[in-house]
Write a protein that binds this ligand. Structure first.
Ligand SMILES: Nc1ncnc2c1ncn2[C@@H]1O[C@H](COP(=O)(O)OP(=O)(O)OP(=O)(O)O)[C@@H](O)[C@H]1O
Length: 896
C-alpha cells in the first residue's frame, strides 16, 4: 500500500517514500514518516516477510563506458540493502526513497537473486491440511507455490540494458554461477519431481503489438488465447508445447527461443525491450495425499499393482515475464510505428495495473480482456497466485528519470497487489480458495470415478484370468492324468510281454515323481490364484472404504462382484480338489503297477471259467490286475459322481478310461448299489446306445454284466430298456470280446425268474442265439450259460405250477443249437448245455418237441457219459420221471 500518496488508476502523485510490503501497510501511521531526503520507516524494515507479491530491485554494475562517462557525476543511486531501501538522488539536496522487499546491490550473485526473487514462487512446500490455520494466522504467508500446484509469475521490469535478460535468461554456459532465474527455476522443479509420475512442459512466447509469436516455432505468429470457463485456466492451443526431460533439454529450448527472439525482433525492426517475452512452464504432479501417505494402510501399500488410492493431480504454472519497457511513451516526438509500439506497451502495462486494481477491490469485473498480456497472465496473478517483481536499474545518473519512473511503476503494481482492505481481500481469497477446493473436489471425484471404473475393469479381468488359468490347469491336469494312464497301460502291455523286467520299477518311480511335480505345480498355481483373489479383495475393501463415505451404490456392486468371485473361487477350489484326487489316483496307479511288478504275473485270482463275471476276464486283458483296493481308493478320492461325469467327456480317451474305472468299480459288489444310485447304470446304457466305439461298448457291456449279477439291478436294467440295447449291440458288434460281454450280461438277466417273459419279448433269447454266429468259445460259453439260466427258471416255474406252456427257448428256436452243442468239446459250454437240456426235460410239455429235435439222445448220453455225477443223476431222473420220454425210450428200446 502506498503510504505517501496514491497510484490509483495509473496517476503518479510522486510520493517520496514507498513501502513495498503488504505488512507494512498495517503498521500504525506513527511508524511511517515522510521525508524529502531520508525516510524513517521505524520497525517497517524488520518486516521484510514474503507476501504474495514480492518486489525486489537490482542494480546493474557500471559497465566500462559508464565508468568513464559518469566519472564526473555523483552517483544518483544509493542502495541501503540492510534497510531494504533505494534512494534516488534528485539533486544535491533532495532524494526519493523507496522501500522494497529485497534490495540487490551490484554485487548480488545470480544465486542470491534467484533465491530471493523466484524461489518462493517455485518451491515452497506446505501441508495442505494446515492451510486454513496459516491463512487465519498470517495471510501473507500463503504458501501457494508452483510445485504445490499453484500458478506463479516472476516479472522483470526495467530500462533497456539494465540486466533483465541477464537476471532472467542467462544460460550460464561458460560460468555456471551466472545462470539466471529461468535455468535455476527449472533445476529446482526437476529436483523436486519425478519424471516417471510427473511432467513438465514449456512454451516460449513473445508478445509484440498485441500479437503472440511462438519463439519455439516462428511460423506460429498469431496465437490465440483460450480460457476455460469452468476452471478459469488459460491456454494457448496454437503454441508449441515441449515436454522437458532434463535440464540439458530445457537449456537447448531456451537457446532456440532466444535465437528466434532475436531473429523476430530484427524482422519486426523492434528492440528486444519493446516486446514482452513469456516463458510458460507447466508442472503436473501426481501426489499422494500426505495424510494417507503416512497412514499404516499406505505403509503396507504396494504401488505396483492396483494402487486404488487416487493420486491427486497438481497442476502448477510458472510464467517468467521479461516485460517491455515503457520509457518512450512519455517522450515527445514518438510517431508512426514507434508511437503505435509505445501505445501497445502502454496498453498492456496499464491493463495489468487495472486488473490488479480490480482484484484488489474485489470488483465483480476484472478487465483482463483489455490486453493480451493480462489475458495471458489472468490465471497466474492475483488470487491464489504468487508474484515476484524485480525492477532492474542501471547506475547511470543520465537515466535517473527513467529509473525513477520504472521503480514507481513497479511499486504501483505491487501496491495494487497488496490489497488495501485486508479483511475484504482475505474474504475474497477464502472465496477463491473455496472455489479452488470445489474445483479440486470435482477433479477428485472425476478421478475416483475413473479409478473405480478402472478397478472394476481390473477385477473383471482378474476374474477372467483366474477362471482361464484354472480352466487351463484343470484341462492340463486331466490330459496329464489321461496321458499317464495311457503310459501306464503301455508299460503294462510291454511288461506283460517281458515278464519281470526290473527296469519297470524305476519307471514306476519316475512316474510317481513326475506326478509329485505335477501336484506341486498345481499347488503353486492354486496358491497364486488365491493370492490374486486376496489382493483383489484388499483392493476392493480399500476402494469400498473410500466410496462408502459418499454412499456410492457402485461399491455395493463391487462387493457383490467380490462375493460372486469368492463363490466362483470356492467352486474352482473344489475342482482343484478333484484334480488333486485324480493326481493322487495316478500315484496309486503307478504304485499299483509297481506292486504288480513285484508280484509278477504268476496268476490272476479272478481268472477262471467258473467266474460268473465276464468282466473279471476283461480286466486282466485291459491291464488291471484286479487290485480292488486301489480302485476303491480312487472311488473315495475322486468321487463317483466325477468319474461318472467323465463318461460323457468329449474326449474319447477320457471316456474310455472313465468307463474302465466304472467297470472296475462295478466288479465290486459293494460298489454296485452306489453306482446305480449315482446314475451309473443309465450312463453305461447310454454308452451302448450312443457310441460306435467298440472298446467303449465292450467295457460298458462288461460293467452292465457285472451290475446284472445283482437281482435288484436286473430289474432296473430291464426297466431302462437294457435288453433292447444289449440285443442291438449283439447285432452290431463283431468283436468276440464285446459279444462275450453282451452275452454275459443277458445270461445274468436270464437267471431272474420274474423277468422271463419280458426278456424274451424284448428279444433277449433271439439276441443270445444270434451271437452263436461268432464261434468264439468264450461267447458260446456265455450263450450256453444264459440258456441254462433261462431253462432253470422255466423249470422252477413249471415245478411251482406258475408255468404250463412250452418253453420259450424252444419257441424261439433254441433247441437245435442246444442239441448241437450238448456234446461240445469245450467242457464249460458242454456243461451249461447239458444243464439246459435237463431243465427243459423236466417240464413234460417240452418233451415231444425235444424228442423230435433229437434231444432225447443227448439226454440219454448225458445220463450215461457226463463226467459230472450230479448232472448224470439229474438227466437220469428226468428221463425216468417223464412218461413221454419213457414211452419213446421203450419204443426205441433204450435203457438208462
Ligand atoms: N548484474 C549484472 N552483472 C554484470 N553484468 C550485467 C548485469 N546485469 C546486466 N549486465 C550486463 O549488462 C548488459 C545488458 O544486460 P541485459 O541485456 O540483460 O539487459 P536488458 O535489460 O535485458 O536489455 P534489453 O531490454 O535491451 O534486452 C549485458 O551485457 C549484461 O551482461
Amino acid at each position: 500500500m502506498a503510504t505517501g500518496g496514491g497510484y490509483r488508476n495509473g496517476v503518479h502523485k510522486a510520493p517520496n517514500i514507498r513501502t513495498s510490503s503488504s505488512f507494512k501497510s498495517k503498521l500504525p501511521p506513527s511508524n511511517v514518516r515522510r521525508s524529502s531526503s531520508s525516510a524513517s520507516l521505524g520497525g517497517a524494515a524488520a518486516n521484510s516477510v514474503s507476501g504474495r507479491v514480492r518486489v525486489a530491485v537490482r542494480l546493474r554494475p557500471k559497465n566500462a563506458e559508464e565508468l568513464v562517462a559518469d566519472a564526473d557525476f555523483v552517483d544518483c543511486v544509493e542502495l541501503q540493502p540492510e534497510l531494504k531501501r533505494l534512494k534516488l538522488r534528485k539533486n544535491n539536496w533532495d532524494s526519493d526513497t523507496y522501500e522494497f522487499d529485497e534490495v540487490l546491490t551490484e554485487f548480488a550473485s545470480q544465486k542470491r537473486v534467484y533465491e530471493s526473487v523466484a524461489k518462493p514462487v517455485v518451491e515452497v512446500y506446505v501441508n495442505v491440511g494446515k492451510l486454513i490455520t496459516i491463512i487465519a494466522a498470517w495471510p501473507a504467508l500463503w504458501p501457494l507455490s508452483v510445485l504445490d500446484g499453484y500458478n506463479g509469475t516472476v516479472m522483470a521490469y526495467g530500462q533497456t540494458g539494465t540486466g533483465k535478460t541477464y537476471t532472467l535468461g542467462r544460460l550460464g554456459d561458460e560460468d555456471t554461477s551466472a545462470r539466471g532465474i529461468m535455468v535455476r527455476s527449472m533445476e529446482d522443479i526437476l529436483a523436486n519431481i519425478s519424471l516417471e509420475t510427473d511432467s513438465i512442459s514449456v512454451s516460449y512466447l513473445q508478445l509484440y503489438m498485441e500479437n503472440i509469436h511462438d519463439l519455439l516455432n516462428p511460423s506460429n505468429d498469431n496465437i490465440s488465447i483460450v480460457e476455460d470457463q469452468r476452471t478459469g485456466d488459460v491456454s494457448l492451443p496454437g503454441a508449441t508445447i515441449m515436454e522437458i526431460r532434463d535440464q540439458q533439454n530445457f537449456v537447448e529450448l531456451l537457446r532456440v527461443g532466444e535465437a528466434h527472439r532475436i531473429a523476430a525482433n530484427t524482422k519486426l525492426n523492434a528492440e528486444s525491450s519493446r516486446s514482452h517475452a513469456l516463458l510458460m512452464v507447466q508442472v503436473k504432479r501426481s501426489v499422494v495425499d500426505r495424510n494417507f501417505e503416512f497412514s499404516p494402510e499406505a505403509q503396507n501399500h504396494s504401488h505396483s499393482v492396483g494402487n486404488l488410492r487416487p493420486p491427486l493431480l497438481r497442476k502448477g504454472k510458472l510464467i517468467v515475464v521479461d516485460l517491455a519497457g515503457s520509457e518512450r511513451i512519455h517522450k515527445s516526438g514518438s510517431e508512426g510505428h514507434m508511437l503505435e509500439e509505445a501505445k501497445s506497451i502502454n496498453l498492456s502495462l496499464s491493463a495489468l495495473g487495472k486488473c490488479i486494481n480490480a482484484l484488489a477491490e474485489n470488483s465483480a469485473h476484472v478487465p483482463v480482456r483489455d490486453s493480451k498480456l493480462t489475458r495471458l497472465l489472468k490465471d497466474s496473478f492475483g488470487g491464489t497466485s504468487r508474484t515476484s517483481l524485480i525492477v532492474t536499474i542501471g547506475p547511470s545518473p543520465r537515466h535517473r528519470a527513467e529509473t525513477a519512473m520504472k521503480v514507481e511503476n513497479m511499486l504501483k503494481i505491487k501496491e495494487e497487489f497488496d490489497y488495501k482492505n485486508l479483511s475484504k481481500s482475505l474474504q475474497m481469497e477464502i472465496d477463491k480458495l473455496i472455489a479452488e477446493n470445489e474445483r479440486q473436489q470435482k477433479d477428485y471425484e472425476y478421478d475416483i470415478e475413473r479409478i473405480r471404473l478402472e478397478a472394476q475393469k481390473r477385477v473383471a479381468q482378474a476374474e477372467r484370468n483366474y477362471v482361464e488359468v484354472l480352466e487351463e490347469e484343470k484341462m492340463k491336469c486331466q490330459m496329464d492324468y489321461m496321458e499317464s494312464i495311457k503310459k501306464l497301460e503301455e508299460k503294462w502291455t510291454v511288461n506283460q510281454q517281458k515278464h519281470g523286467i526290473n527296469g519297470e520299477m524305476d519307471a514306476g518311480n519316475e512316474e510317481v515323481s513326475e506326478l509329485k511335480t505335477l501336484l506341486q505345480n498345481e499347488r503353486l498355481l492354486r496358491k497364486a490364484a488365491e493370492d490374486e483373489i486376496q489382493k483383489l479383495k484388499n483392493q476392493l475393501l480399500k476402494f469400498s472404504k473410500i466410496q462408502l463415505a459418499g454412499g456410492n451404490a457402485d461399491v455395493f456392486n463391487l462387493q457383490e462382484v467380490l462375493e460372486e468371485e469368492s463363490h466362483e473361487k470356492k467352486k474352482l477350489e473344489d475342482e482343484v480338489k478333484v484334480l488333486r484326487s485324480q493326481l493322487a489316483q495316478m500315484a496309486i496307479e503307478a504304485n499299483h503297477t509297481r506292486s504288480y511288478q513285484d508280484r509278477g504275473t504268476s496268476g490272476n485270482p479272478h481268472l477262471g471259467l467258473d467266474c460268473p463275471s465276464p468282466l473279471n476276464q476283461m480286466r486282466s486283458r485291459d491291464g488291471s490286475n484286479g487290485d480292488r483296493a486301489s480302485i476303491a481308493n480312487l472311488h473315495e478320492q475322486v468321487g463317483l459322481q466325477k468319474i461318472l461325469s467323465l463318461l460323457e467327456s468329449e474326449d474319447a480317451s477320457v471316456r474310455i478310461h472313465a468307463v474302465k474305472v466304472v467297470a472296475n468299480l462295478a466288479a465290486e459288489e459293494a460298489n454296485q448299489e452306489k453306482i446305480v444310485e449315482a446314475g451309473g447304470l443309465t450312463s453305461l446304457l447310454m454308452l451302448l446306445r450312443s457310441y460306435e466305439d467298440e472298446t467303449i461298448r465292450r467295457i460298458a457291456a462288461g460293467a452292465i454284466a457285472n451290475l446284472a449279477m445283482n437281482e435288484a439291478n436286473q430289474e432296473l436294467i430291464m426297466a431302462q430298456g437294457g435288453i433292447s440295447l444289449l440285443a442291438m449291440t449283439s447285432t452290431d458288434a463283431e468283436d468276440p470280446q464285446t459279444l462275450r460281454m453282451v452275452a454275459g450280461a443277458i445270461a445274468n438277466l436270464c437267471g431272474n425268474d420274474k423277468l422271463q417273459t419280458r426278456l424274451r419279448s424284448e428279444g433277449g433269447i433271439k439276441a443270445l442265439l444270434g451271437m452263436v454266429r461268432c464261434r468264439h468259445p468264450d461267447v458260446l460259453s456265455q450263450i450256453a450259460r444264459g440258456i441254462a439260466n433261462f431253462a432253470k427258471c422255466e423249470s422252477r416255474a413249471s415245478t411251482q405250477g406258475t408255468r404250463a406252456k412250452q418253453s420259450l427257448l424252444i419257441e424261439d428256436g433254441a433247441l437245435p443249437w442246444i442239441v448241437q452243442n450238448a456234446n461240445n468239446e469245450a467242457s464249460l459250454i458242454r456243461r451249461h448245455v447239458e444243464l439246459a437240456l435237463c431243465h427243459l426235460a423236466q417240464h413234460e410239455v417240452n418233451a415231444k418237441e425235444m424228442i423230435s429235435g433229437g434231444a432225447l439222445w443227448e439226454l440219454v448220453r448225458i445220463s450215461r457219459d457226463c463226467s459230472r455225477e450230479d448232472i448224470r443223476t439229474l438227466a437220469r431222473r428226468t428221463l425216468t420221471s417223464s412218461s413221454i420220454f419213457q414211452a419213446e425210450m421203450r419204443r426205441l428200446r433204450i435203457e438208462v
